[in-house]
Design a protein around this ligand. Structure first.
Ligand SMILES: NC(=O)c1ccc[n+]([C@@H]2O[C@H](COP(=O)([O-])OP(=O)(O)OC[C@H]3O[C@@H](n4cnc5c(N)ncnc54)[C@H](O)[C@@H]3O)[C@@H](O)[C@H]2O)c1
Ligand SMILES: N[C@@H](CCC=O)C(=O)O
Length: 541
């Protein structure tokens, strides 16, 4: 019989500093050099075998040096999709039968491999493939993914232990936390290696088999994550990874009767397209697919007249421009009281103009390049429109250059709070600032609360406790992650469960029990020890 066990309690993985002379800095550079040497063949993983997809070739390049090819993948076709779904279906019975402790051990081993021998390989892939600085890669592809894996094991065990609290005399009630019946389709974004690693593994930990489609621009780190999981002992067919754009894959997966769930992170329009397609196909599924999606944001910082200008300045620089503003949580609109703005404006603009942008393998840079030519064109168009607008003024940045890499300077635009700058997600290093008269604090909060359709992250910066309390209430539904006197980015697994409402997603909170619960379908079991043998009740006399 299985014992009731206690795996190690989760603790957050500490961030390494990468300061000059540290061993982590040296070993990251060694891994960067290895990955840069020759392009990697980024194959599909289907039923434990590596296989080239059958579609068109796609090159994965360094965003900060777009002539430098890191790897090549082939877009997955409908035939690849069918093969992957068959592999997931075939692997399911053995995976269901595997004891839960063994599933936990695979995930905990993956976390330890990543904390140890794989750390710098995955960080190097994230630096090169997604143009993250060493520190931005460390908090993502190392610490956050390790945390997701360790904390998910902890939360999954809490779910498994959850049992009915009452039993009538002679009865034992139990809950069987079953996986879903069918496969889970995990679709992941370019911007976080940790999110890409979490979305397929969370349903797998709960006993499901998975089809994983990473973003083409994150494929280098995704392929290494898959290799790491195989080294940790993930059995063939439990997670099947198909590279590419996903269109052919979705044509098959979203129409398949065994689609049991979608675990998505990415933009709001793509999520709405997936949901709409599921709606159209609803009569054809064996069960109602679970749909979990964390999507876009237009995240805010509100600075009250009592705010410390230095705190506002730092929260805006880090919150808006780290990783080129390509965090769903990035501060992209700020509302600053005029008295505070007057004290911080010049220092803030000077600080933004001094930010160094370039190849992130040069550790002196604070920012790298934006992810691809599409993102570059979108940011450039938004900046050019701001330059032409009479309602807006570009105060800092505004320059773009795609000759070597897709570089966009951190840009600050001041102006009218009803402009689309304050409601559209550009997903780049563009911060819109609205300066308001100190007496208009409550009026401005009322306007910005629902001006954008999103509700992901937001921050209030103030020293006046009554203002903080009031804003916390007034902005209750405006953000799923709300910060007081801090930047709106950098949620930590186990500390600030992450996700938002409104157009930002289903708010199932990645890395929390509420997310894992979506990948189970509980069965209630009642056992009667001495069952009745006479159908008549006592009242019948
Ligand atoms: N809320 C969050 O937790 C969170 C976290 C990270 C990123 N995001 C959001 O993600 C977006 C940026 O990431 P992105 O550019 O990778 O997003 P995206 O929506 O362009 O792509 C996300 C994924 O969907 C895939 N995809 C697109 N069409 C598809 C289809 N028809 N079938 C299957 N897959 C398809 C893409 O290839 C990619 O793998 C931003 O909007 C950002 O706010 C949100
Ligand atoms: N969880 C991350 C954002 C993930 C989205 O891109 C943060 O809190 O900054």
């Amino acid at each position: 019989m299985d014992a009731i066990t206690h795996p190690p309690a989760p603790v957050n993985e500490p961030n390494l500093t990468y300061a000059p002379g540290t061993p982590e800095r040296e070993s990251l550079l060694v891994e960067i050099e290895k990955l840069e040497r020759r392009p990697k063949d980024l194959k599909a993983h289907i039923g434990g075998r590596r296989k080239a997809g059958g579609g068109a070739e796609i090159q994965v390049v360094q965003p900060h040096d777009h002539q430098h090819v890191l790897g090549v993948l082939k877009d997955a076709t409908q035939a690849d999709a069918k093969a992957a779904i068959n592999a997931a279906t075939k692997a399911a019975p053995d995976w269901w039968a595997m004891p839960f402790d063994e599933k936990c051990a695979i995930i905990l081993k993956a976390a330890d491999l990543l904390a140890g021998p794989w750390r710098q390989r995955l960080n190097a892939a994230t630096v090169l493939g997604q143009s993250k600085t060493a520190f931005q890669a460390e908090i993502d592809s190392a610490c956050e993914l390790i945390d997701f894996w360790r904390f998910n094991v902890h939360y999954a065990r809490q779910i498994m232990a959850e049992q009915p609290i009452a039993n009538s005399p002679g009865v034992w009630n139990r809950t069987d936390h079953r996986p879903l019946e069918g496969f889970v389709y995990a679709i992941t974004p370019f911007n976080f290696t940790a999110i890409a690693g979490n979305l397929p593994t969370a349903p797998a930990l709960m006993g499901n088999t998975v089809i994983w489609k990473p973003s083409p621009t994150q494929q280098l780190a995704a392929s290494l994550t898959m290799e790491l999981l195989e080294e940790a002992g993930m059995p063939p067919g439990v997670i099947n990874m198909l590279p590419g754009h996903g269109r052919a894959l979705s044509e098959v997966a979203l129409a398949h009767p065994d689609l049991a769930g979608i675990h998505f992170t990415g933009s709001t329009p793509v999520f709405q397209h997936l949901w709409r397609t599921v709606g159209e196909n609803i009569a054809g599924y064996r069960s109602y697919p679970r749909i979990v999606g964390e999507t876009g944001g237009k995240d805010f910082v509100v600075a009250h007249p009592s705010a410390d200008p230095a705190v506002v300045r730092t929260a805006l620089v880090r919150g808006a421009f780290e990783f080129q503003g390509q965090k769903c949580s990035a501060a992209s609109r700020a509302y600053v009281a005029r008295s505070v703005w007057n004290k911080m404006r010049d220092d803030f603009i000077a600080e933004v103009e001094a930010i160094s942008v370039g190849d992130p393998t040069d550790f002196s840079h604070f920012m790298g390049a934006v992810i691809d030519d599409r993102a570059f064109a979108k940011h450039k168009a938004a900046i050019e429109r701001a330059k032409r607008s009479r309602k807006l003024q570009v105060l800092a940045g505004g320059q773009t250059d795609d000759s070597v890499g897709w570089f966009v300077r951190p840009t600050v635009v001041e102006g009218d709070a009803t402009d689309e700058m304050f409601s559209t997600e550009y997903f780049g290093p563009i911060l819109a600032v609205h300066v308001y008269d100190d007496g208009d604090f409550e009026k401005v909060v009322a306007q910005m609360e629902s001006f954008a359709p999103y509700a992901l992250t937001g921050a209030i910066i103030a020293q006046d406790r009554a203002a903080i309390a009031w804003a916390r209430g007034a902005l209750r539904f405006a953000a799923g992650n709300f910060y007081i006197n801090d930047k709106p980015t950098g949620a930590v697994v186990g500390q600030q469960p992450f996700g938002g409402g409104r157009a930002s997603g289903t708010n199932d909170k990645a890395g929390a029990a509420s997310n894992l619960l979506r990948w189970t379908s509980p069965r209630s079991i009642k056992e009667t020890f001495v069952p009745p043998t006479d159908y008549r009740y006592p009242y019948m006399g």
